[in-house]
Structures are given as C-alpha cells and as structure tokens.
Design a protein around this ligand. Sequence first.
Ligand code: SF4
Length: 225
Amino acid sequence: MTSLSPNCARCPYRAAERLCRKEEGSAPDFCPTVNKSGLIQQSLSEYKNDPALMEFARQSSIQESEGYANREAGYENVRPAMTRIEEITAFARKMDYQRLGLAFCIGLRKEAAVVEKIFSARGFEIISAACKAGRIPKEKIGIRDEQKIAMGKPEAMCNPVLQAMIMNEEKTDFNVMLGLCVGHDSLFLKYSEALCTVLAVKDRLLGHNPLAAVYQADSYYRCLR
Ligand code: SF4
C-alpha cells in the first residue's frame, strides 16, 4: 500500500464537491478518479463488450433513481420511496426474471417463509434452500467438538456451496441471500452462477442491522473505534 493507494473512505471533501461527482470537483492524492484512468476505461469496456452486463447495469441504475420520490422537485427535495424488498421485486420485474433463488439461514426460517410468500404473491417462482440443507456433519470440514455451537451433539454444517449448486441446477435467474453468515455468504457468491443480491445480512446481536453499531460508534459502541 502506498500513499496513492485508493481510499475513498478517507476523502476529505463534501460529497457534492468531489471529483467523482463533478468535473471541476476536488480530489485528494489517492483519488482513483485521477490515478486509475486505465482501470476506468477497462471497466467501461466490460459493460460495452457484454450486452447482458450492460442491460443489468442499466436496469440497476434505473432502479436506483426510482428508489427516490419527488425527483421533479430537484435533488435537494427527493425522498426514499421503496423498501429493499420492494426494490428487489421491482428490479427482478425490470429484468424479466421469472425464477428467483432464496438462499437463507435456518435461523431466519420464519423470515424466509414470509419472504417466499411475498415473492410468490408477486408472480415469481421461488427455489429456496436453507443453509443446513444436506445435513453434512461439521466434522467433515475439520470442526472439533469444542468448536461447535452445541458441544457434545451432532451439528450440521452450513453449506453455502450446496445452496448455490441447488440454485444453479434449478437455473434460477437471480438469487436473493437472506441472513447468511460472514464467510458463508462469500462462498455462496463464489459458487452461484446467477447474479445475486442481498435482502439482509446476519448480525445476531443487532437484529440483522450491522449499521446499528456503526451509527453508535461515537457513543455506546465507542469500543469499536
Ligand atoms: S473518487 Fe476521488 S473524489 Fe471521489 S470519493 Fe474517491 S477520492 Fe474522493
């Protein structure tokens, strides 16, 4: 890592004044908009050379703006218009997807049942798979008894590779992840052939809202800083 390594998270300028927002904007030394012209062009070529990718990106961008109401009144007056589950539904319709995969954590089985109904009621075919499907014992991946949640008992591993394989075999158009653990989500993303989106991530302590700790990093969660 050098002093020129990209670090947008440390950009000192107001969002509206940044170079990535306007041509005459300001940029720090480490700005990738200034230093990464080769990659910028390469990324654009990826879209241009792949019509399906281009269409996915185009519809994502349309969905992004439709997530705001009141756009006619100007940027300062827009307001959020859709929940994430509504956005997923709207985006899937835009892409003309018929068959959605729902890869969920067994700990969120009640939520998964509700989500499945919501999607089904909107006309999608749903293929769903829980993380414990296949019931492979944790010992098979080298887990010792003291490394289990319930020590002294049989415990099935979470199997995101299987979840992805199920979706792949069923030829889902788009996969929705619900509450997969850190790392398990990574493996699902690695093995899924269809593109994926996340409805919710897992945070056992914070009701699956990891930003609650971030929002309170100056107060109750100051230990994190
Ligand atoms: S791209 Fe440049 S201007 Fe934009 S946030 Fe990153 S460092 Fe700041």
